[in-house]
Design a protein around this ligand. Structure first.
Ligand SMILES: Cc1cc2nc3c(=O)[nH]c(=O)nc-3n(C[C@H](O)[C@H](O)[C@H](O)COP(=O)(O)OP(=O)(O)OC[C@H]3O[C@@H](n4cnc5c(N)ncnc54)[C@H](O)[C@@H]3O)c2cc1C
Length: 380
């Protein structure tokens, strides 16, 4: 057993960390306040080449394994949460199906520019009546000659207001429930691809989120990604990565919040001494540190299991749940350490507190995860 990063991994980690410190962290508060998709920053980060981390070198990617990618995501999450969301959609869910099933022609046309950041990707499965329960998907894809015609409305789409193409989950067989769901690639310049309302968000604001309306959009047959009816199975293949990535984002967010609170606790005095000298304040840091270590090791182990092609659905769900709960507790404790100032928009804790809520839905809500984990344990 060896719990250290290799020299190559450590070198890469430092490289990403430096880039985040230089390009993103100085602007985090203004990115949050602006609540816009930060195009200039997008271009600067794209130029570093990380968008292709999970894609093959033949298309301009870096062919990185899961552990290396997760090292990236953990460091990248030290910047702006909203921007992190926009970038991770581009790197994982928004281009995964295209990379796995797209024809060479489609990959040249869309994946290569997406890796360069010239085209923006989105992933569309959520609808107003179906989030966790994808069997409720109403967007249809109907075969007409050599084409597919897609019709329906998607909600909560990260990058939706700015994307150049989207991977869309639609039913090709409405009677078949989950077994009728398939993924399609849809370019945003096709007639009938419309942007609906933009959604204002509590946190993770430096990203554009909104509705995508597909009004009888016609796409050629090769835009069906994979086999019809297999969409949910394919989704499962990428969701474990999304869970580990979300869990590591939770670790970074918690770490940032508690390190900031630590400096405040050393500075702030009450009853004649810094509040850091009170045992009940110190306990908050102690609890955080232990849980943070446990979450981080759990998550990297799942990343390693993915690379070893081991079955790890249960571990990925458990690690994501644990890390996110740890983060929610940490950001809450950070606002308590700041007390009145923790409620003020002039201090950072409120931003950590708001941002942390975004972790709850990615890769499965906590109720859905716990329900699965409980049933699994009971079945043994
Ligand atoms: C910031 C943000 C960005 C997002 N980006 C995207 C995106 O890019 N693309 C996209 O397609 N979607 C996106 N989503 C949507 C996200 O995937 C959904 O919010 C998520 O799947 C949950 O669905 P829902 O919100 O409809 O909640 P619901 O599924 O309606 O859940 C409501 C409540 O019921 C509980 N519940 C549901 N089923 C069960 C069960 N079986 N057992 C116990 N409790 C249950 C849930 O845990 C929750 O508490 C985004 C969401 C957010 C907040």
């Amino acid at each position: 057993m060896d719990f250290r990063f290799t020299d190559e991994q450590e070198f890469f980690r430092r490289q990403v960390r430096d880039a985040v410190d230089r390009l993103i962290r100085p602007h985090v508060a203004e990115l949050d306040e602006g609540d816009e998709f930060p195009r200039k920053l997008w271009n600067e980060v794209a130029a570093l080449g990380y968008f292709g981390l999970r894609h093959p070198a033949a298309y301009g990617g870096l062919d990185a394994d899961t552990v290396m990618s997760m090292i990236f995501f953990k460091e990248f999450a030290r910047g702006s949460c909203g921007f992190f969301m926009a970038v991770t959609v581009q790197m994982l869910m928004g281009t995964y199906f295209l990379g796995r099933f797209g024809s060479d022609e489609l990959q040249q046309k869309l994946l290569v520019p997406a890796i360069k950041g010239e085209k923006i990707a989105a992933i569309c499965f959520t609808e107003s009546q179906s989030g966790s329960d994808l069997a409720g998907t109403r967007t249809t894809a109907v075969r007409e000659g050599d084409d597919w015609v897609l019709h329906g409305t998607k909600e909560w789409i990260t990058n939706g207001p700015v994307c150049d193409f989207a991977t869309v989950l639609a039913t090709t067989d409405p009677q078949a429930g989950l077994k009728g769901l398939s993924f399609f690639l849809v370019e945003a310049d096709r007639p009938g691809f419309l942007r609906g309302r933009k959604i204002g968000k509590l946190g993770a604001r430096a990203s554009a989120t909104g509705e995508v309306v597909l009004d009888h959009v016609r796409v050629p047959a090769d835009h069906l990604l994979g086999a019809p009816g297999k969409g949910v199975g394919y989704l499962g293949d990428i969701l474990n990565q999304v869970r580990v990535m979300t869990g590591l984002a939770a670790c970074s967010l918690a770490d940032e919040a508690m390190k900031d609170a630590r400096e405040y606790a050393k500075r702030r005095e009450a009853f004649g001494k810094p509040i850091a000298e009170y045992q009940l304040i110190r306990e908050k840091f102690a609890r955080f540190w232990v849980q943070y270590q446990a979450a981080r090791f759990f998550l990297y182990r799942v990343a390693w299991m993915i690379d070893q092609q081991q079955e790890c659905l249960r571990e990925a769900m458990g690690a994501k749940w644990f890390a996110t709960e740890m983060c929610l507790e940490a950001v809450d404790q950070a606002t308590r350490i700041y007390a009145g100032n923790g409620f003020s928009s002039e201090y950072p804790p409120q931003r950590f507190f708001r941002d942390a809520r975004f972790l709850l839905s990615g890769g499965g809500t906590h109720e859905v995860l716990l329900d699965f984990l409980g049933r699994k344990f009971l079945s043994e």
